[in-house]
Design a protein around this ligand. Structure first.
Ligand SMILES: [Zn+2]
Length: 281
């Protein structure tokens, strides 16, 4: 499932093909994904200039000249591809339409943006740009972890008195937006905090120190995604997938890179937490 750095990488890959270009033609090939598409979506997209792309949590917003924004969520299995990219970074020829290519945008600059989603947990909607933050998927989201609204202080305040494990606290999107399983595991390892430790039993100074660690982990992953866009000519034009070198995520049974202790896995709220029982307390 794509997390914040992957979504940021998709946005960065789409931007040169979409920003400043006009959507010449939009094909919407089914009535819905996770939810129904908005009424007349293809007509409302066609002819619109894309002013800018933005990211909020794990959502991409394409602000259009009409005053509406296309809200994109990749869900579990959503994939965005660029073909005919005018910058020539991706495959130039448009590939044959694949099964599950649900939305196809042909840009005035020759680029084609394809949204493919086999499991259809993704979504697309059109919202009034000025009121986008009120959309049901965006309302109630906490601060962006990379934005000025997030700090050690805000994290301490948001988690104050909570008896839930820190893992659950960080998964709560009203505490901080866009964090998911993978980067929470990595941040907690780097901060030396056990995923099972109760929020109200973490010393304030340790909790404060967790905020900059979260930023650091996300920024490193975004940098890795960015270099994947620059250095690797993606044969199929698919955006957002790049090589990671995780410290704990997915490393159950392997030795901790810091102390050599075997990395363990713990299931919390139905998701796997990976941690080092020696380094994380
Ligand atoms: Zn360790």
């Amino acid at each position: 499932m794509p997390e914040l750095p992957e979504v940021e990488t998709v946005k960065a890959g789409l931007a040169p093909a979409m920003e400043g270009a006009v959507i010449a033609r939009a094909a919407v090939n089914r009535p819905d994904l996770r939810w129904p598409f908005p009424e007349r979506m293809a007509e409302r997209l066609a002819g619109q200039k894309v002013l800018q792309l933005r990211r909020r949590s794990k959502y991409i917003l394409a602000d259009l000249a009409s005053g509406e924004s296309l809200l994109i969520h990749l869900g579990m299995s959503g994939r965005m591809t660029v073909s005919g990219d005018p910058l020539g970074r991706f495959v130039h020829d448009h590939p044959a339409v694949q099964k599950h290519d649900h939305v196809v945008l042909d840009m005035s600059n020759g680029a084609r943006i394809t949204f493919n989603d086999a499991r259809r947990f993704g979504s697309m909607d059109l919202v009034e740009t000025a009121r986008a933050e009120e959309h049901k998927l965006l309302a109630g989201l906490g601060p962006e972890p990379l934005g000025n609204g997030f700090s050690g202080e805000t994290l301490v305040t948001a988690l104050k008195g909570r008896k839930s494990p820190i893992k659950a606290g960080l998964l709560d999107q009203s505490v901080v937006a866009g964090l998911g399983n993978i980067y929470i595991c990595e941040a907690l390892f780097r901060a030396g905090i056990s995923p099972a430790r109760r929020c109200d039993r973490i010393a304030t100074a340790r909790l404060e120190a967790l905020a900059p660690v979260i930023r650091e982990v996300l920024e490193e992953a975004i940098a890795a995604g960015g270099s994947s866009l620059r250095d690797y000519r993606q044969a199929d034009g698919e955006l957002g997938y790049f090589q990671h070198n995780f410290d704990v995520y997915g490393r159950e049974g392997a030795p901790c890179r810091t102390c050599g202790t075997t990395i363990r896995r713990l299931v919390q709220s139905g998701r796997s937490s990976f941690y080092c029982p020696q380094c994380q307390r």
